[in-house]
Design a protein around this ligand. Sequence first.
Ligand SMILES: CSCCC(=O)C(=O)COP(=O)(O)O
Ligand SMILES: [Mg+2]
Length: 239
Amino acid sequence: MSTPTVVLDIEGTVGSATHVHDVLFPYARERLPQWFDEHRGTAPAVALLAEIRDHLDTESVDETRAVAALRAWSDADVKTPPLKKVQGWIWAAGYADGSLTGHVYDEVPEVLHRWKRSGTTLYIYSSGSAAAQKNWFAHTPYGDLTPLLSGYFDLTTAGSKKHPDSYQHIAQSTGTQPARTLFLSDSAEELDAAAEAGWHTAALRRQDDPRPSPVPGHTTVRSLRDLELDQLMKGTARL
Ligand SMILES: CSCCC(=O)C(=O)COP(=O)(O)O
Ligand SMILES: [Mg+2]
């Protein structure tokens, strides 16, 4: 039997949504004009403006318009690659100077260590850019957790988290069997998409999450400690 694989979402699953919305999003939102000032004419800034223009489906986009579009996407929590990319770049400076840390619920380090020791391969799949994901896990209050993780998938490398094709793509690129793979998320639509791709699933409903529990069709727990990987990965996943 192949090694079991667990793929984890970040916001609402290993870390708090409040941290993302009340700390990270405002941090990047405020610093967007400064980012464009400091990167004017550089390859990343030129490419970002082109990407925003494509998303807005318009002829040209100047920095003022780009900042307005990025802020509107951030306020509406639109998971769009140009926003996620620039947020990741801006957050990187905050992680480097110690003003940001990656929030993880108390049990996360201990459980990830245990799963890893028992031979489980761990990946992250988040709408945040892969660079932002790495920084999150490299700067937790419990230290650097990145040695536990075998890879990071985001919207640009795997596609939308609400589409089954994205989960098929991840399984192909990691060489893991869907029936030996478990996806953990707080989003019913993401879990449904993973289940449609033949993966096992479990939902997280953290204590600070006001949404109804359980998530229909998915084993639902409050903490990673409540998950029995052997039980969850028994048999064929729901297709
Ligand atoms: C690590 S990136 C910060 C979170 C973020 O930007 C985001 O959009 C979270 O989405 P998720 O897919 O982790 O729920
Ligand atoms: Mg989430």
